[in-house]
Design a protein around this ligand. Structure first.
Ligand SMILES: Cc1cc2nc3c(=O)[nH]c(=O)nc-3n(C[C@H](O)[C@H](O)[C@H](O)COP(=O)(O)O)c2cc1C
Length: 207
């Protein structure tokens, strides 16, 4: 087994090639500095209207991890990883702070009009519609997170197999938020499966 990647930073192509779902981890805490490097990359992810609805909770507390593990059908990587990142999205918070997402380079009057238009266009939607849309943006951040972690030699296991209500209850998150994914993260202690992917000519057409 080869884990040399952890001492160097991989470029995006190498990080994508190296990334596999990892479900067994070395029992080593993740330095805060590494998590901060990962989130500095993640925060640069793009989103429609620049909404950036993603929020992250990095869970290392064993009792909380046990609760998340129970919420995730006992998936072993949840309790076995040194940390589990809960990715949630909160469109209510976005809509309560629309000014924050307006680019400072836009003249003030246009920013105000843009913010008002944004609020208006979302006012007819239900909480469920908003949060479903917010979650779709959350998956962009998930992709960045998986690649960023891989670039620093970390293994990850993205998960959808969990009960969102139980995850929210464990962390005391508001009931309206969406939880696009849980991500176990740590130094790999297994190789994971080799890539099994469609060839490019099956997924791309040029016209
Ligand atoms: C959004 C998402 C949800 C996933 N949910 C789970 C999960 O709940 N449990 C699990 O073991 N793997 C889960 N996976 C892992 C996929 O099965 C895996 O990414 C896919 O088979 C490709 O394998 P690879 O990640 O090793 O390249 C999930 C992956 C993604 C992207």
């Amino acid at each position: 087994m080869s884990f040399e990647t952890e001492t160097q930073t991989l470029d995006v192509a190498a990080a994508a090639a190296a990334r596999r779902s990892i479900r067994v981890y070395r029992q080593e805490p993740i330095p805060r500095e590494d998590l901060e490097r990962i989130f500095e990359i993640v925060r640069l992810a793009p989103s429609a209207f620049n909404v950036q609805p993603w929020r992250f909770v990095v869970v290392t507390d064993p009792e909380l991890k046990a609760k998340l593990g129970a919420a995730a059908n006992g998936q072993k990587q949840v309790t076995g990883a040194p940390a589990v990142i809960v990715l949630y999205t909160d469109m209510k918070q976005v809509l309560d702070n629309v000014d924050d997402i307006m680019h400072p380079g836009i003249p003030a009057d246009k920013r105000a009009a843009g913010a008002a238009g944004f609020r208006e266009s979302w006012s007819q939607k239900t909480d469920a519609e908003r949060e479903q849309w917010g979650a779709s943006q959350g998956y962009i951040a998930l992709g960045y997170l998986l690649l960023a972690a891989s670039s620093l030699g970390y293994g990850t296991s993205p998960m959808l197999g969990f009960d969102p209500a139980k995850v929210k209850a464990a962390l005391g998150l508001p009931s309206h938020v969406a939880v696009p994914a849980l991500v176990a993260i740590g130094r790999p202690d297994e190789e994971g499966f080799t890539h099994h992917r469609h060839p490019v000519d099956r997924i791309v057409a040029y016209r």
